[in-house]
Design a protein around this ligand. Sequence first.
Ligand code: GDP
Ligand code: MG
Length: 176
Amino acid sequence: MDDDDCEGYLFKVVIIGDSAVGKSNLLSRYSRNEFNIHTKATIGVEFQTQSMEIDGKEVKAQIWDTAGQERFRAVTSAYYRGAVGALIVYDITRRTTFDSVGRWLDELNIHSDTTIARMLVGNKSDLENIRDVSVEEGKSLAEAEGLFFMETSALDSTNVRTAFEMVIKEIYNNVS
Ligand code: GDP
Ligand code: MG
């Protein structure tokens, strides 16, 4: 949104990361306060629109979720087009998903032509007993790459709203 005459803002935010890290559940927790044990395979991309207020203005985020294309490394440029924010998600119980973060950042870079507010998200923090990636590792990767960082749990809701809203506020700061 770059029109001063408009009443509010609409920002596109994408959620990326390996399959089964919890992307869809983070979005359903944030937008509908719902959590699903079973992954549902849907076709095509989906987004949810969420509003928040910043500086007395209504700010809307159109948050895009992959429909499982990431399994086939087939997230298309249409998915990224126009995105001004991104959550790059890994699963703290599966190191391979943390090792993939660099690849997701590369893909984001290739497909974006503007400043993108980026947050690294270590999801499933409720599964402390089977943790495979330490908080420190997450933090230092985020620092090295210049990303915000947060651990979340879509299951028990920890930090989910905070993570999305930090990204949206940063986008707002970038454009205003
Ligand atoms: P996606 O493929 O990245 O969209 O991942 P999903 O949202 O479909 O989640 C994959 C699996 O992980 C599902 O069985 C979810 O119930 C589970 N899951 C997602 N988030 C969490 C979480 O925060 N904690 C736990 N314990 N399980 C989660
Ligand atoms: Mg999904």
